[in-house]
Every structure is written in C-alpha cells, then in structure tokens.
Design a binder for this molecule. Sequence first.
Ligand SMILES: Cc1cc2nc3c(=O)[nH]c(=O)nc-3n(C[C@H](O)[C@H](O)[C@H](O)COP(=O)(O)OP(=O)(O)OC[C@H]3O[C@@H](n4cnc5c(N)ncnc54)[C@H](O)[C@@H]3O)c2cc1C
Length: 511
Amino acid sequence: MASDHVDVLIVGAGLSGIGAAVHLRHNCPKKSYAVLEARGAIGGTWDLFRYPGIRSDSDMYTLGYSFKPWTNPKAIADGDAIREYVRDTAREHDVERHIRFHHRVLRAEWDSATARWTVHAHRDDTGEEVVLTCAFLFTCSGYYRYDEGYTPDFPGVDRYAGQLVHPQHWPADLDHSGKRVVVIGSGATAVTLVPALAERAAHVTMLQRSPTYVISLPSRDVLADALRRWLPAKAAYPVVRWKNVLLGVANFQLSRRAPGVMKGLLRRAAKGRLPVGYDIDRHFSPRYNPWDQRLCVVPDGNLFDSVKAGRASVVTDTIDTFTERGIRLTSGEELPADIVVTATGLNLLALGGMTVAVDGAEVDLADTVAYKGMMLSGVPNFAMTIGYTNASWTLKADLVATYVCRLLRHLDATGQQIVTPVAPATGELEPIIDLKAGYVLRAVDQLPKQGPAAPWRLHQNYPRDVLLMRHGRLTDSGVRFSRAAPAPAEPAVGQPLAARDADAPADTPVA
Ligand SMILES: Cc1cc2nc3c(=O)[nH]c(=O)nc-3n(C[C@H](O)[C@H](O)[C@H](O)COP(=O)(O)OP(=O)(O)OC[C@H]3O[C@@H](n4cnc5c(N)ncnc54)[C@H](O)[C@@H]3O)c2cc1C
C-alpha cells in the first residue's frame, strides 16, 4: 500500500481538473499537488462520449478556459477538438506529470487534529489500494456516473432483435449506414445525434415523450472571425468571451422575466427553418418555460435542416412496447428500427461517488449546504466544481479554481490552516441545481442544498460571481478559519500581529 502527501489533491482530469491544476500552478506555485483520475486518459466527458456528431452545445469562447484562447474557427466545437484542447492545456502547463491515472477515489477522511485529509483510492489497473494525505481536497469529478447512463425500463425491450445503444457507450464499430434508426430522447444528445446519423442512415426518427426548446446558433462567431484578422488571439478572446457571456445573461434574464416573449421568439425561429405547415406546437413547443430546462442548441439549424430534407423526423408520443422489429407507440403507430439509441440521459453522481467523513462522522451530502456553490457546510478544506446550468461549465470552474487559490494564499498569509463553511442558521433551503430536467429530479434528494441568500445562494450569473469570487471578501459570517494545533500560551507583549494571528486558537472565526 503506497502512501504520500501533497498540499492539494485534485480529483478528476477533465476540463475542470486540468483547469484547476493550471490555476494552482500559476497562483500557488509553491503548493505541491497531484491529480487522481479514475480513467486512463485526460478529458473526462470529452474523452468518454464518442457518439457520432459529439460536440459542445455552448460556444467554446465561454466553454474554453479564461487563460487559453480558443483559436479553432468553430465556436460550437466537435468532441475531438475539445479533447485536444484540454490535453494541449495539460501539456503546455506541465500538468500531465502530476496526473495519476487509473486512481479511483473511494473515500476521504478529514482529521481536525492534523488538519489533513486521508484519501483512499483504488487502482483500477493493478487492483492496488492507495492512500494519500493532503491539506486541501479539490474535487473536479463532474456530475454523473461514468459506468452507466440512464435507461428507463422499456416494456418488451428483451424481445427487440435490433441493436440497442446508449450514447454513453457508443460501439466504435457500429455502422449505421443505410439503417433505420430511432433515437429516443429530446435533450442535447438526441438533437446532436439525429442530424449526424441522418447523414448516412436510411432514416432517423427522434422519438420524444415531450418537446424541448431547440435554438439554432451559428457554428462560427462573426465577431471572433472579424477580430481574428486584426488582433492577436489573447486580445480577441476576452472580447468575444464577454460578448457571449452578456448575450447568455440577457437570454436567461429575458426567459425568466418575460417567458412568453422568449417562447414566441423561439417558436418563430423554429418555424422559419421547418417545412411549411409543420406541427411546431406538437413537436417543438414544450409545456415548461424556457430555461426551466437547458435550451438545446443546434449549430446552423442542422436538426431542422434534416427534418426539412426528410432525412429525419420527429415523433412525439409514448412507448407502448418494444417489438421484435422496433417500437410500438401508444397511438398504435409502429416505428421499425434496425438501431434504437436510448438518448435518455445520465445518472447524476455527486463527488464521483466517493464517501466523505469528518472527524469520524460520515457526511451525508443532502445535509450540507453549499457555500458560494463550491464548498460544503461542515466540511473543512474542501471544494468541488459544479458548473453553471444556464451558461458554460468552465466559466464557473475557472472562478472556483481562482477562489480556491485565493483561499490557500489567505490561509498561508494569516497563518491559519483550516477553512470550514458553517451552515446558515435560518432560511429555507433549496436544491443546489434548480433545473427541472429528469436527471436532476431523479437525484435531487442526494445532493447538497443551497441557502436563501449570499454566500449560500447560487445566482447562476457569471458577472455577479466574478465580483463575488474573484474580487469579493474571503472572510464572512459563513466561513470559519482555524488551526489544527491547540493554542499555545498568550503571545508575548510586543509580538507582531501577524504572528499573533498565526497562533490563534482553533476555530477562531476571522471577521
Ligand atoms: C455529452 C455532453 C455534452 C456536454 N456539453 C456541454 C457544453 O456544451 N457546455 C457545457 O457547459 N457543458 C457541457 N456538458 C457538461 C460537461 O460535463 C462539462 O462541460 C465539462 O466537461 C465538465 O468537466 P469536468 O471536468 O467538471 O467533469 P467531467 O468531464 O465529467 O470529468 C470528470 C473527471 O473526473 C473523473 N472522476 C470522476 N469520479 C472520480 C473518482 N471518484 N476518482 C477519480 N476520478 C474521478 C472522471 O473519470 C473524469 O475524467 C456536457 C456534458 C455531456 C455529458
């Protein structure tokens, strides 16, 4: 059993974990760190998902890191390009050699007496159990199970003789050319898959129980294309990034304040791209308001184009049963299919499935409240990355990493060792993720909560979070700083203030 110690242990080598390591390296260069990654590769989501057409559904000027300009002309980018971008980042910033692959973190135990985490990991390649200690644990483990996507129990599925595929485990050798394909689902994955499969399939049917808002965005950014000609990437990137941030905020605010207007705009945009007389109300007009669930982006209207060209169709109905040859619907209609793709979603998983204990007591995540959306009440020296639900994930991941670096520097500067959020005494608690999507609702009772007001409330607003997390106070009533060792005798008269602070007794709040 190997054992060693680092100042900061990062869990996960996806977009967030690599970004966290780069921030740490540059902002806290003296801190030692390691990245534990369960898989054998960098990239997380962008390495795991390999289905045809896999791409981002937000623009790469905001899904990219603040410190590394996105230079590819495609604003809505392919999975391969995103994976390469994350790998290049790790290489350029010398993060790669700090990653320990095939290390699945199972458990983390905090000890207040030593101000240390003991982290237990399983090596999936050798079967070895590994124990590390660290002063600060930073989880960047994404939000869903990697081993299994979500598939509802479909009646009759066992007798289906065709090929049943979940997008999370796309067989590399699956040839859909000339085949009849049914894609079950209406989320981001379904709207990505349908036009991609339709290029070679005989026909693709998107079978949805209820519609989703689908919005067409240009795959290239006009401003970025123009600026690229005149400015170096480092100068152009923040301009395009902020333009897209502000457009996103405006879009979200309009949806929240005037949902009827937003619905109308989305309906009109879809109508302009679909065949005359198409039943938009049935297939593209959801019952919920825009942004109660994420909007689905289609680059250059490719989904609408496939429908218009007759290569794909949308069916809004429920499944009665699978048959040997396909799917029978409640309406009685039969959908023959050589391949059925269950684009039915993810299984949410907090903290990559690891269990956490603090001073011997198990932590139930559902009992914790998230501080600034990134730390947990009662859990010392711990941060987690959960991206925005209404904007690109990396915008928040960058801010969380910046904040962790600020905290670490603050601890050193004040001679403290431990930072612990303390749950708000009053106020109604709500789920940390406010989306009404199925994958959220299925797991919401296992997740941390959010509180009624800052610093416990998530506003899902990047400009506001920039002020809070990049420039805001590190000390407030929601967080307590302390030291591991018991306080020594009163400092001698004349001892400098900094030294007195450094010797402050355990659990002394810093106002
Ligand atoms: C198909 C798809 C498309 C998406 N498109 C977008 C988009 O366009 N825009 C957007 O903002 N968001 C999108 N998302 C959300 C997406 O997950 C984030 O953008 C981003 O990739 C998350 O990065 P991450 O590093 O936080 O998590 P992940 O990419 O999930 O990476 C987490 C890493 O942690 C590792 N890990 C997990 N648990 C453990 C453990 N216990 N021990 C060790 N390692 C562990 C995993 O193996 C993985 O490598 C998409 C998600 C999916 C599934």
